[in-house]
Ligand binder design. Structure first.
Ligand SMILES: [Zn+2]
Length: 277
């Protein structure tokens, strides 16, 4: 029996050209303000156009997510840059790979909903869970880096430099959970997720962020700068020295881990939604 399209997803999106124009406008503004590199702006335009075309709730959620992530990156920026300068792989400007690692699964979900002509499909649940996981993980990292004190690696519970993947702090963990809840509430408020199923998205988002942390601690590649004698994620350290592989899987960097975060959240939401339908 075909299900009727519920009221919460009856908001059709703009035409393809309007969707693309709006997406380019927003991504262009982010590029101008320095949040995105050129490749990142191109990827974000594509993701945004697909989302807007899938419907206003999809596009609206993506825009709110981006505003939330940008707020997180702006908070205490100077202090964060100072604390992580020699550690993190890439700076605050996102490139295409980072954009797709965070938003790729969401874009696929929007495309599925679009091409099925069925915006009420479960794609809304797993797509939202994927993006909410990326947002929860991002805010956890941003807040933890800002006010989290010295984090501990979940691999061995030793204190590690701020910004190290797979490390946690109380402030960062709290921000992860709060962020998952805020993004889920936004998705419900704008009609992307039915209120009765909010918990599927929230739980899956937190799960994705946990997978991100555990993968970051156990299997993400770790590097070492021989001249500074310090751990880093940079292939060439900020001091100019080429770094050495020190552990983990060589091909698994921060972007790949972010993708795993969103994919695992989507998978859990999809399984849960199927089991509870
Ligand atoms: Zn160095």
């Amino acid at each position: 029996m075909p299900a009727a399209v519920p009221a919460w997803l009856s908001v059709a999106g703009p035409s393809a050209s309007v969707a693309l124009g709006l997406a380019i406008l927003i991504a262009g503004a982010a590029w101008r303000s320095g949040s995105l590199r050129t490749s990142g702006a191109l990827a974000a335009s594509a993701v945004g156009a697909i989302a807007l075309r899938a419907g206003w709730p999809w596009g609206g959620f993506l825009i709110c997510w981006f505003a939330w992530a940008t707020l997180g990156s702006r908070l205490g920026r100077a202090r964060k840059e100072q604390r992580t300068a020699g550690v993190v792989e890439k700076g605050a400007q996102r490139d295409a790979v980072q954009v797709l690692a965070n938003g790729g699964v969401f874009a696929i979900a929007a495309a599925v909903a679009l091409f099925r002509g069925d915006p009420a499909s479960q794609a809304a649940l797993w797509g939202t869970a994927a993006l909410a996981a990326a947002g929860a993980d991002t805010l956890g990292t941003e807040i933890g880096t800002w006010i989290g004190g010295t984090p501990r690696s979940v691999r061995n519970w030793r204190q590690v430099p701020t910004g190290t993947s797979g490390a946690v702090s109380a402030a960062g963990s709290a921000a992860t959970v709060v962020s998952a809840l805020v993004l889920t509430a936004i998705a419900v408020a704008i009609g992307l997720v039915p209120a009765a199923r909010w918990w599927i998205v929230a739980v899956a988002a937190v799960f994705g962020a946990i997978v991100d942390t555990v993968a970051g601690a156990l299997v993400q590649q770790r590097r070492w700068c021989p001249s500074c004698e310090t751990a880093t994620e940079q292939a060439r350290h900020s001091c100019g020295t080429d770094t050495r592989h020190r552990g983990g899987w060589r091909w698994l960097g921060n972007d790949e881990v972010n993708f795993v975060c969103t994919a695992s959240a989507a998978l859990l939401a999809w399984l849960t939604a199927g089991a509870s339908a």
